[in-house]
Design a protein around this ligand. Sequence first.
Ligand SMILES: NC(=O)c1ccc[n+]([C@@H]2O[C@H](COP(=O)([O-])OP(=O)(O)OC[C@H]3O[C@@H](n4cnc5c(N)ncnc54)[C@H](OP(=O)(O)O)[C@@H]3O)[C@@H](O)[C@H]2O)c1
Length: 326
Amino acid sequence: MQTRELGRTGQYVSALGLGCMSMASDYAYGPSDAGEAVATLHRALDLGVTLWDTADVYGFGANEELLRQVLVPNRKSIFLATKFGFVADGAGGTRLDVRPERIAAACDASLQRLGIDTIDLYYAHRIDPAVPVEEMVGAMAALVQAGKVRYLGLSEASAASLRRAEATHPIAALQSEYSLFTRDVEADVLPACHELGVSLVAFSPLGRGLLTTAGPQLAAQDLRRSMPRFSEELADANAPLVASLRAVATEKGISVAQLALAWLLAKDEHLIPIPGTKRLRYLEENAAAANVRLTAVDQHRIATLLAAHPVVGARYNEGGLKLVNR
Ligand SMILES: NC(=O)c1ccc[n+]([C@@H]2O[C@H](COP(=O)([O-])OP(=O)(O)OC[C@H]3O[C@@H](n4cnc5c(N)ncnc54)[C@H](OP(=O)(O)O)[C@@H]3O)[C@@H](O)[C@H]2O)c1
């Protein structure tokens, strides 16, 4: 696996990370099997896919606990990223709480569940307009000083918030949704990351599965049911784009997932996609995308298809969009 520098930290991580969100929470992306998830983590280690992405809210701690089994005995080989910010709302859902006074406790709880002393990359899961970015990042910086965290990150932050954060403490990575399906970061977030030397970590790089296999036939508890693009009508409306991209991939002898990941990898030398899977075969397919090169002709064909088939429908429902800091 090739490596990429995380921002301008001098720290190199796998060019493709592993999104672990659905590994231990049936309500994320359908039923998960702990045995296959653990086998997938071991295979990721073999393949050099060592940037692992989780969050305290995934499975309300269960996801970090699952990772612990493979992380602890292989600590030096894994670059572990987790996040704080979403807490249980008492009614089965979540609410955002990034107040500075609770960040140290959130970090300690993650460290305990993960079974480690230091988190490599610690993200604020969202920006809360009611909490000054400087105060939130100040509390995160105290964790770096205490040796509990190595690098800081933000998720779904605007370019303006990133600049304010960066003025408080160096930010290594900004995590945001970015894929052939969701390209709004291209307007100002990606240019700001490039200018400031911050890695854009592209989450949901496969459109949460819409580019590959997922459609409206989701399990009852699958969280994508709340997302407009997974409705039957919008999935149908976007199907021609998916079919056209698949045709380009087939001609190149690769899968559409590999095409989507190679397209992202070519966007910026510090950009790191983190495809999510709980399955060994998808992990292997995705890891191989690091070796795919898109020619200028491929890039032109893809750009033409994107222009011809604008994606229909929002990526989040209204509540989810309100939490995006843009
Ligand atoms: N910061 C944030 O707010 C935020 C939000 C969302 C996600 N994330 C992070 O980003 C990671 C990745 O995003 P994501 O999981 O939302 O979306 P994604 O990577 O775009 O897509 C994941 C979906 O695609 C399927 N898949 C993966 N590889 C495939 C392949 N080669 N062929 C066919 N299908 C494939 C997965 O199936 P299986 O589930 O069956 O394996 C899953 O349904 C997450 O795991 C999480 O760590 C962060």
